[in-house]
Design a binder for this molecule. Sequence first.
Ligand code: KG4
Ligand code: ZN
Length: 358
Amino acid sequence: MIVLGIESSCDETAAALVNDKKEILGEALLSQEEHKKFGGVVPEIAARSHLEHIDTILEECFAKTNLTLNDVDAIAASAGPGLIGGVVVGVMTAKALAISLNKPFVAVNHLEGHALSSRISNDVEFPYLLLLVSGGHCQILVVKDVDDYERLGTTIDDAVGEAFDKVAKMLQLGYPGGPIVEKMASIGDENRFSLPRPLLGSQDCNLSFSGLKTAVRKIVETYSPDGDISHAYIPKQDIADICASFQYAATDCLCRKLKKAITYFKQNYPAGKHIVVSGGVASNTYLRSKLQQLADNNGLDFAAPPIRFCTDNGVMVAWAGLERFKKGYTSSLDFKPRPRWPLDTHAPKAAGAGGVKA
Ligand code: KG4
Ligand code: ZN
């Protein structure tokens, strides 16, 4: 069984071919550089760029294989949540291929792509506890099965990746912020600045990062002669110390809420063995090492996708598409892309497809 997956929900145009033996048969990815000068993704530019590059990306994906479109059993695309202009490009491309080849179309929730991505390279069985941390989302979930999630907590304001990006912007480190903040943090002192841990006292598993971001802004302001952060001059070591202190605080918030979630998970899902992290922020090696410790201390195994499959890519969409297709969860051709699509709601399925109907 071979599935083609298309990703275009944010600023990566990507495609991949995977089979049910967990082999990645072909893969192509373009990270849009156009947004760098704006310090964040510009939706209109992103949509145009997806449209311009999607055909070439598909050609590139197949060019590295000896496969043709006829060898594919189903065509999957990220159908939301995301920037709607980009999502439409991927979904329309997938639907057009599905119609012309007379093959099934599978609408994939982008978050399900991240959620299942660990299962390609690791032996992770359902149910597992998932920390999903990306530029747009920050959630703690139990993955009970394909299309079956229990959400234990979510951010009430910024996503953690967004906080990394905003801190990088304040420090004029460029976009995307995560990788450069992590790099600077590696030479910084994480105890130099004391930063808040918002929502720590709450009994639930919800998170908040906007107070943490504001606290960093207040520190940056002290380096500016007139309080305007764009006039701040910050010595390199101080930048590194701010990054390290921020990364420590953000990771600490995630780990402490995850600790609460572990207690719930163990009580309610005694068969569960894994803590999994996924999404762009999961490429952060500091976070990965803290999660490994947390898992060790709680008698669970830790799993994460290889670093290159943490940020958006076609493989995760193809894989989630394959897992859905195997269960009979195909989508109808009038499936409407969804700018918002919580993971703990069931996706509409094509008539006759297995599973629960929304
Ligand atoms: O999953 P992703 O590629 O796109 C979304 O679905 O949002 O995640 C992108 C996010 C960005 O906010 C980026 O700064 C963050 O992941 N990120 C990181 C690292 N690499 C990417 N955050 C922290 N440390 C990293 N090494
Ligand atoms: Zn993503």
